[in-house]
Write a protein that binds this ligand. Structure first.
Ligand code: CA
Length: 429
């Protein structure tokens, strides 16, 4: 997804259209296994870890040897030998896929730039036109799955710019490359086997099985295993065609969100204002409280479609100087689609805009650039040297690093938002 994959991340880069394609991936998603769609762009959380990079060694076997072994496994798993040979006819490793898989970008796009691209006026206008064009289909999908149309159209826009950029690479070739010499060979092999099962089901032809370098497919950018479990034939032609049928694609996305715990009629989240003197250490995805409890702590917003007993957590995408959101269970369902809070926020805000909502009330700290990868590693090394246990120095700001940052901020009586900034790095040096 990011989920930023026009899902041909490569086409994103080539087109230089990153601002329009919220989905142009900048960095591989560290946990694609959990998500429906491809590795996506994550403005904050980035790049494979150093350990992962080191483990990337030259394959010990030739591609042909790998293919023979995998063929045995596939046939044992029920793939017909004839289909396997047809799907693998002429398939050789794709160097562009290896390169994309190993990329560790130094620079991180600020979350506000990512959101500006994801929620561009062009995309909002196109999305609104599609909402009315597909009104009858969306009515039927809402009826069956209980997921609102604005969220579905927002995902459609984020994943493939409404079906315009689905990725043109052979899914079999990309996944075979990743299974042979990628960073997560077992994951890729599972996806490859699922892709062969899709071909065997007759839903799509070998030539039609196209997607991003990471194997994310169609208008929803489903990875093959998600396709097998959640793609649906909604237009009734007997085939689950997320490439060529918008109805199938939108309903498949709705089915996936429903299965991920979507609550009908509830808000994914709301923008909130925090009182002065607020304890920013409470803004942590592991600290969940009901809307009423947050309200009693002085957290104020407009609780449209929020039940007082809905549990949620505070999200500060750019630290204490930027906008604050209280996010609920439906935000978690979007995260299942693509495990990046920037992605989920983009979907939520785009959906709100499609529904006629206005821009954010608070402003972003645009004078503050995000730390680059080597700076994040340095930050982690400095935190470790001071005994704060940020976890491995991999440049990924995860829960342990945030906790360590908070502890360091508290030691200086700074707002403990756990957000890394150039100033914070300076203070650590
Ligand atoms: Ca169909």
């Amino acid at each position: 997804m990011f989920h930023l994959s026009a899902n041909g991340r490569l086409s994103c880069l080539l087109a230089g259209a990153a601002l329009f394609l919220g989905a142009c991936a900048e960095t591989p998603n560290p946990t694609p296994e959990l998500t429906a769609s491809a590795p996506s762009s994550q403005p904050q959380q980035t790049a494979p870890s150093a350990a992962q990079a080191q483990s990337q060694v030259q394959p010990a076997q030739s591609f042909e040897e790998w293919r023979q072994r995998f063929r045995l496994k596939a046939v044992q798993a029920g793939i017909s030998p004839g289909l396997f040979d047809q799907a693998f006819s002429g398939v050789a490793p794709d160097l562009s896929v290896v390169k994309a898989d190993g990329a560790q970008p130094e620079f991180t796009r600020p979350v506000w730039e990512y959101l500006d691209g994801a929620i561009s006026p062009v995309r909002v206008r196109k999305g609104q036109a599609l909402l009315s064009e597909h009104a009858a289909t969306l009515d039927a999908i809402e009826q069956r799955y209980g997921v609102d149309r604005e969220t579905l159209v927002a995902i459609w826009g984020m994943e493939s710019s409404f079906g315009q950029f689905m990725g043109e690479q052979s899914v079999i070739r990309s996944l075979a490359t990743l299974a042979y010499e990628g960073r997560r060979p077992q994951f890729a092999e599972d996806q490859l086997l699922a892709a062969l099962k899709i071909l065997q089901s007759g839903d799509i032809s070998v030539g039609g099985l196209r997607g991003s370098w990471a194997g994310a497919m169609g208008q929803t950018q489903f990875i093959p295993t998600t396709y097998l479990t959640h793609a649906v034939d909604f237009d009734g032609d007997g085939r689950r065609d997320i490439w060529n049928s918008s109805a199938d694609a939108l309903a498949s996305a709705a089915h996936y969100l429903q299965a991920s715990g979507w609550q009908k009629g509830r808000a994914w989240g709301i923008q909130v204002a925090l009182p002065s003197g607020f304890d920013y250490a409470l803004a942590d995805s592991e600290i969940r409280k009901t809307y009423t409890q947050w309200y009693e702590l002085g957290v104020k917003g407009t609780p449209t479609n929020v039940d007082p007993n809905d549990a949620g957590y505070l999200l500060l995408p750019a630290g204490h100087r930027g906008p604050a959101f209280l996010v609920f269970r439906n935000f978690g369902a979007i995260l299942r689609y693509n495990n990046s809070s920037s992605y989920a926020l983009a979907v939520g805000l785009l959906g709100k805009r499609l529904d006629g909502g206005g821009p954010l009330l608070a402003s972003w700290p645009k004078d503050e650039r995000p730390l680059g990868r080597s700076e994040r590693i340095e930050l982690q090394e400095n935190l470790a040297a001071r005994g704060y246990n940020p976890g491995p120095a991999d440049g990924i700001i995860g829960a342990n690093t945030r906790r360590a940052i908070r502890a360091f901020q508290q030691s200086l009586s700074l707002p403990a938002d756990g957000y890394p900034t150039p100033l914070l790095l300076q203070q650590l040096r």
